[in-house]
Write a protein that binds this ligand. Structure first.
Ligand code: FE2
Length: 329
């Protein structure tokens, strides 16, 4: 049996997960940073990570009933993400690997979102819709890599929704995820004209955000603004996903990332799946958000294919794209 410990710290969550190749999740410990106001403040998040890291690590080892000595490798998310946050996880993982003489496995956070989704849902070769606070991408395996078949040209879908609900004053300032706040506000809303932008296979949300806030400030009803902004944002995503499916001939769709927790978005994809005769997979909400388990699991896949890095060369990569990572499975 191979056991891997994984460390996640790309944004607001410091997580440590431990998995075995059965596959089995042996531990899942997390600390989530909640900003007092506004969005994530990277240095503040990193500072909180530093203060909670050893407790989270201890909790994970206790859950698994293991000592660091008995894991086979240490995996770490080296990117993409926020520099100060990433460096905390990288420092913890490099120290563990060096001190205990364990192989260190570099994991791309975006690939890990896809792999935990595949592992938990059993999706074999899906078109992946990866939607979170920091990413919006239509992804599919082609050859030995995941390729991007459409992405946002500006802000990510989750970031768009978080900012919108915050600017509309709908959420208490400490709410990180705008998904549920927007769903609640959109109830009873009617459609108003807002810009729908798809360029080729790419979506765009910054113009929609500006127009939605302008409409609200000019007197539009808040539920109409929420309803219309959500409909347009989700519809543009479904449009590019559908075209990607047609181009690639995939028969499965997999939703991963924090926005996959939106019931309304899932319903839109359920309709698409029924219409096109596809199998729809949705990552469970607990693993839609950032966690250490997905890093441990992807690290285990990489480790089994001999991918390791020397601790002194394990630098963080804030803009590490998932289509630059070789996947051997
Ligand atoms: Fe993420």
């Amino acid at each position: 049996m191979v056991v891997v410990l994984g460390v996640e710290s790309t944004a607001h969550t410091f997580g440590v997960g431990i998995v075995s190749d059965e596959p089995k999740i042996l531990a899942d410990a997390r600390f989530s940073y909640v900003p007092e106001r506004g969005g994530i403040h990277p240095r503040e998040a990193a500072d909180r990570f530093v203060r909670n890291a050893s407790r989270v690590l201890r909790e994970a080892l206790d859950q698994a009933g293991l000592a660091v000595e008995s894991v086979d490798a240490v995996a770490v998310a080296l990117g993409p993400g926020m520099g100060p946050c990433l460096r905390v996880g990288a420092t913890v993982a490099r120290a563990l690997a060096s001190y205990y003489g364990k192989p260190l496995v570099p994991v791309n956070h975006a690939v890990a979102h896809v792999e935990i989704g595949r592992m938990l849902t059993g999706a074999a070769d899906p078109l992946v819709v990866y939607i979170s606070g920091g990413n919006t991408a239509i992804v599919a395996k082609h050859g030995s890599r995941y390729r991007v078949f459409g992405e946002t040209l500006d802000v990510a879908l989750g970031n768009f929704m978080d900012t919108l609900v915050r600017e509309l004053g709908l959420a208490p300032p400490y709410v990180v995820s705008g998904v549920h706040a927007l769903d609640r506000c959109a109830e009873g809303g009617r459609f108003i004209e807002l810009p729908y932008v798809v360029k080729g296979q790419d979506t765009s949300y910054s113009g929609l955000l500006t127009a939605a806030l302008r409409a609200y400030r000019s007197g539009a009803r808040v539920e109409d603004v929420c309803f219309s902004a959500r409909e347009i944002a989700y519809s543009s995503l479904v449009e590019v996903a559908e075209r990607g499916l047609a181009q690639l001939g995939k028969t499965e769709v997999l939703l991963v990332g924090g926005v996959a927790a939106s019931r309304h978005l899932v319903e839109k994809f359920e309709a698409l799946a029924e219409y096109r005769g596809l199998k729809l997979h949705v990552v469970p909400p607990k693993y839609a958000v950032d966690n250490g388990v997905m890093i441990a699991w992807t690290g285990l896949l990489l480790f089994k294919h001999g991918v390791t890095v020397e601790p002194e060369k394990a630098a963080v990569r804030q803009r590490w794209r998932l289509d630059s990572v070789d996947v051997y499975w």
